[in-house]
Each structure stands twice: as C-alpha cells, then as structure tokens.
Design a protein around this ligand. Structure first.
Ligand SMILES: Cc1cc2nc3c(=O)[nH]c(=O)nc-3n(C[C@H](O)[C@H](O)[C@H](O)COP(=O)(O)OP(=O)(O)OC[C@H]3O[C@@H](n4cnc5c(N)ncnc54)[C@H](O)[C@@H]3O)c2cc1C
Length: 338
C-alpha cells in the first residue's frame, strides 16, 4: 500500500486521445485512508484537484495545473445473494472491462452489454456509461465516495446519483466535489438479457437464453468492428452527445429528410443520432490538422496524426457550427474538456 507522487508528469499514457500534456503533480493512492491523507495534505494549499480514471473521456487542452489524482483501489467483493440478485462491491480503480469479464465468467447478468467500454469503475458511475440498450445506472445500487472539501465518506443511493443519459449528479451539481472510491452493483444470477439492440437481436432464440459470456463476446465483436482501438488510434469514443429535441423540431426535420433516424424519448422529446447529423454535413472521414472524423463512425473524432488539442477543438467547433447551420440543432460534446 502506498501513495506515489510525481511532478511535471506526462499524461500521455493516461488519456486515450494521446495528448502529450503534463500534470504539475500526479498522485496515486491504493486505499480510501490514503486518499483521505492526500486530500488533507492538498487542502489549504489552494491547488486545484482533478481526479482521472483511464482518461478515455477526457480531452486535455493544455498542461494541468494543480494535482491530478488516480485511484489504485482494486478489489471485487461479493455480497449477499437474494431474490435472484447478488451485490458486488468494486474498487474505483478496477478497469471497467476486467469487472465485466469477471461478471460474465460468473454468469452474473447486468454488465455484459457494457463490455469493452474503456475506463475504470469509478468513472463509470460518474459518466453513467451506456451501450447496446443498457446504462450502468440501471445496475448500480450505491456509490461510495469521499468528499473533497472535508475528507468525509458519503454513500450515494442510486436515486441520489440522479442518473440520466450519460449524466449524473457527479457531472452536474456536485462536479469535482466527491471522489468515487467504490461502486456497489446489483447483478442478476438468473438470466436477464437485453437483446433489442441492432446485431444483438441475432442472439435471441425461442429455446436458449444466451449466457452472459456469449452476450459479452458478441458485444466485443461488434465493438471491435466499429470502434477504434485506443492503442491503435487515439480517440475518446463518441465525441458528441445525441441531441434530444422537441417533437416539433423533429417533425420539421422529417419533412426534409424522410429517413432521419430517431428514438422517442417521451411524448414530447425525440433523440436524433448526432452521427447522422454530422454525416449529413459531409464530415465523415474529413481531417483538420492531425485530427479527423473517424471513417466508420462520424461521432468519433480521432487523433490521426499527432493531433494537437487545438486541432481537435477546432474540428469539433466546425462540426458543431455546420450542424447548427444546416439543421438549427445544437450538439454538445460528451467529452470533458480539461
Ligand atoms: C474507443 C472508445 C469507446 C467508448 N465507448 C463508450 C460507450 O460505448 N459508452 C460510453 O458510455 N462511453 C464510451 N466511451 C467513453 C469512456 O470510455 C467512458 O466515459 C468511461 O466511463 C470513462 O472512464 P475513465 O476511467 O477513462 O474516466 P476519465 O475519462 O478519466 O474521466 C471521466 C470523468 O470522470 C471523472 N472521474 C474519473 N474517476 C473518478 C473518480 N474515481 N471519482 C470521481 N470522478 C472521477 C473525471 O474527473 C472525468 O470528469 C468510449 C471511449 C473510447 C475511447
């Protein structure tokens, strides 16, 4: 168990976009007690704190002043099993997909559709990660945190996390105020599958319910065919959120584009894929400096050739502007600009 501190430390290996920026101070810790010690030490210095996970949803725009923290709290603990469900408590520093792999191995259902999403368990609860019809908020029972200002522990119930589309209280009212140290998941020990989405429908069968492992493997195979591997091509996944618009806005759009894809959110709101809007504006595969729009999925901006933060910021800005001009729809980044 230890706390490590590095100064003027390169974050190149700590962000999937591959931005080569430095942290003034970079601290890792292995336990909650160590985190509390670290926070006590920083408190009063006036230094800014940024907690990162795997850096797979961050765009570092410049060197980071202050302290960058990174959790190494790594454990998976099995709790009570009741009514077909099991509670699993997981340290914030566990790699998200290692957790998914372990759950699939045990044949516990709930996380398999979220397999292969980059990042760590702590951030999953902040981001409310989602894929193939499942959001992590639907399997979270509780999020354990430490308050930055006081060093006091606080557990948030699922309701208190206020989960929404790629959203939570930790991204809004309480942004930067709490550090996630562990997440308690509620998984199903009996088959509970979500196979409505695209190619996963092929796993539906009248007689056999696929195992969590089978679904995991299908998800990984789909993701590998569509998404860039962070080790090979830098990105932060979907760069923009899918805009949710008033029904009237969608209806007007559909008059000009009969084939506009859409998902009904409720009676008044419709979600439109940002990828479609971006593709209609002709951005697919286009480059700007070292940055580019991924050819297979225009929602993803990639670091094609030594992109600088400015390349990516400018490209994102031009895309937003052209979507606004063509469709009068604002799209917002899902990625956190730092
Ligand atoms: C190729 C690729 C594919 C992707 N696919 C998906 C997808 O299908 N679905 C999806 O939802 N996302 C996807 N993402 C985005 C990303 O993987 C998720 O947002 C992920 O949860 C980020 O985790 P991270 O550990 O890398 O967090 P980081 O990017 O390091 O941080 C994200 C945010 O969480 C905060 N944070 C990190 N750790 C903690 C902590 N312990 N306590 C408090 N705050 C913390 C950070 O301050 C920051 O605000 C993809 C990314 C890539 C590169």
């Amino acid at each position: 168990m230890s706390i490590t501190t590095k100064y003027q430390y390169s974050l190149h290996q700590h962000n999937t976009f591959g931005m080569d920026v430095k942290a003034e101070e970079f601290i890792t810790y292995d336990t909650v007690d160590e985190l509390i010690q670290v926070l006590a030490r920083i408190r009063g210095t006036g230094k800014r704190i940024l907690h990162i996970g795997g850096g797979s949803n961050l765009l570092f725009t410049k060197d980071v002043e202050g302290v960058v923290l990174h959790s190494q709290i790594k454990f998976i603990e099995y709790g009570a099993c009741e009514g077909g469900e099991i509670l699993v408590r997981v340290g914030s520093g566990v790699v998200w997909d290692d957790f998914c792999a372990e759950m699939a191995k045990q044949n516990y259902y709930g996380s398999e559709n979220l397999s292969y999403i980059p990042g760590e368990v702590g951030a999953s609860a902040v981001q409310n990660i989602g894929a193939y019809g499942v959001e992590v908020g639907s399997i979270i029972k509780e999020v354990e945190t430490i308050e930055v200002a006081t060093g006091r522990p606080r557990a948030f119930s699922n309701e208190e996390c206020a989960y929404g589309y790629r959203d939570s209280i930790f991204k809004n009212q309480l942004q930067g105020q709490y550090i996630v140290t562990a997440v308690v998941f509620r998984l199903s020990v009996v088959p509970k599958v979500h196979l409505d989405y695209g190619q996963l429908q092929e796993l539906r069968s009248a007689t056999v319910v696929p195992s969590a492992q089978t679904i995991r493997e299908a998800v990984i195979s789909i993701r590998k065919s569509k998404l860039p591997e962070p080790d090979e091509l830098g990105s932060a996944g979907s760069f923009f959120k899918n805009p949710v618009v008033a029904k009237g806005v969608y209806e007007k759009l559909a008059q000009g584009y009969a084939s506009v894809p859409h998902y009904v959110v409720d009676e008044e709101q419709i979600k439109i894929p940002a990828a479609w809007l971006i593709e209609q504006c002709g951005w697919k595969g286009k480059s700007h400096g070292g940055a580019a729009v991924y050819e297979k999925q225009p929602l993803i901006l990639v670091n094609k050739d030594h992109a600088t933060p400015t390349d990516i910021i400018e490209l994102a800005g031009m895309i937003r502007q052209s979507v606004l001009e063509k469709f009068q729809i604002q799209i917002y980044p899902e990625v956190n600009y730092i």
